[in-house]
Design a protein around this ligand. Structure first.
Ligand code: MLT
Length: 395
């Protein structure tokens, strides 16, 4: 028996585990300090009532012989896929229900999808980026190329000849920078993928935070994308499902490589490896797309955006450069006094007892930057911001 040695090419700890370990150590050593966490993008508002009511109904159905459900379809119940279909329809994107696969959060499928592609493929990943894309490909032993996202390109890199690759990861609104591609920029990526016979894996987990109606919230709003892209979305940030686990993956029928339908390959893979998301969770997820559900989740999103504004106002006051925070729950800032990311992390943890995420953990271009999340509780966000301001001003 031999093990997969590619695992040893991973960096020692996953970014958010590293952060959590440091915070745990600090709070054990300083038990009386109130630490405020604006690090990992985990939500703090509870599930909305529309979701809870529907889940309760589903639980009751599971308790009666006549309405009990066993195994469901691995691609998700049709009632939920139809809701997702009409959600896309409102964006002007027409999908067939068999192009939609219900997942247990975008992270799993963003990695699992790689099983359909040869390990000889080269992958292009923007830097900085959500670390899961890199780790999944390192574990598989794929060659990774990076494209630089930085202040010069407003953290929205566009491809050139040297960036040719078989698999391309994009995330918009971006984690960690909060930057959002416009139509024209996404079209450039779609054209590039089609010209080079590449596939785009598009992570739209933060799409519901887009308030500028001119910005695309799905890659399929761009002409030609159905021939070259898969979209992965999550209800984690949209509706507080980080602990409930549900999302969806869209694989168009037109997506064909080496004469093979990727949709068909994925369906076959799911049948072998997945028994679907729980019925109760899918019923809750379907409620998000009702009129009442949409109203309630939009209230929560508004709350988080007000947190983002509170953070952004403080940075304006401190004259610190930042991106994001408008069409995104993340605020990506330049560390003050040219501090390195992890130094600023330690500074904030020790002086202000506030936790953020060091930009360097998202890639080399993240060095010197820092990410704060707007998913915190309001009172804590206000307190954290006051502490940050006081400590930076007095430094
Ligand atoms: C983040 O903080 O980047 C996200 O919460 C991580 C995730 O979605 O898995």
């Amino acid at each position: 028996m031999r093990i997969n040695k590619n695992h040893f090419n991973l960096i020692e700890n996953y970014l958010f585990s590293d952060v959590a370990n440091k915070v745990k150590k600090y709070s054990e050593e300083n038990p009386n300090k109130k630490i405020i966490k604006l690090g990992i993008g985990d939500v703090t508002l509870p599930l909305c009532n529309a979701v809870i009511d529907e889940m309760k109904n589903a639980i009751c159905e599971m308790g009666k012989k006549e309405t009990f459900k066993g195994y469901g379809p691995e691609e998700g119940y049709l009632f939920l896929r139809e809701k997702i279909q009409s959600y896309y329809n409102k964006k002007g994107v027409n999908l067939k229900t068999d192009e939609i696969f219900v997942n247990d959060g975008a992270k799993c499928d963003l990695g699992n999808i790689l099983e359909l592609f040869s390990v000889d493929n080269t992958v292009l990943i923007p830097d900085p980026v959500y670390p899961a894309y890199v780790d999944c490909n390192v574990m598989a032993g794929r060659k990774i190329k990076y494209i630089d996202a930085n202040r010069e390109n407003e953290f929205l890199p566009l491809p050139s000849e040297k960036d040719k690759a078989d698999i391309i990861y994009l995330c918009s609104p971006n984690n960690p920078t909060g930057a959002v591609y416009n139509h024209e920029q996404l079209k450039t990526w779609v054209n590039f993928a089609i010209e080079n016979d590449s596939i785009i894996l598009f992570d739209s987990a933060y799409e519901s935070f887009i308030e500028d109606k001119n910005l695309p919230s799905s890659i399929f709003e761009v002409e030609g994308a159905k021939k070259c892209a898969i979209e992965f979305c999550s209800l984690s940030k949209t509706a507080g499902f980080t602990g409930t686990r549900c999302g969806y993956t869209v694989i168009p029928q037109k997506l064909v490589f080496e004469n093979q339908s990727i949709n068909k390959m994925w369906k076959r893979r799911l049948a072998a490896k997945f028994n679907g998301v729980s019925y109760i969770v899918q019923r809750g997820a379907a409620a998000i797309f009702s009129e009442l559900g949409q109203q309630q989740i939009k209230n929560n999103i508004r709350y988080y955006k007000e947190n983002a504004k509170i953070i952004a106002n403080a940075l304006d006051e401190l004259n610190i450069y930042y991106t994001g925070g408008i069409n995104s729950p993340y605020v990506w800032l330049k560390c003050p006094n040219n501090m390195k990311s992890w130094d600023f992390f330690d500074f904030l943890l020790q002086r202000a007892n506030v936790v953020g995420t060091p930009g360097a953990g998202f890639g080399k271009n993240g060095e010197g930057f820092f990410r704060l999340t707007a998913f915190g509780d309001r009172a804590n966000t206000i307190e954290a911001v006051e502490r940050i301001k006081a400590n930076i001003k007095s430094n």
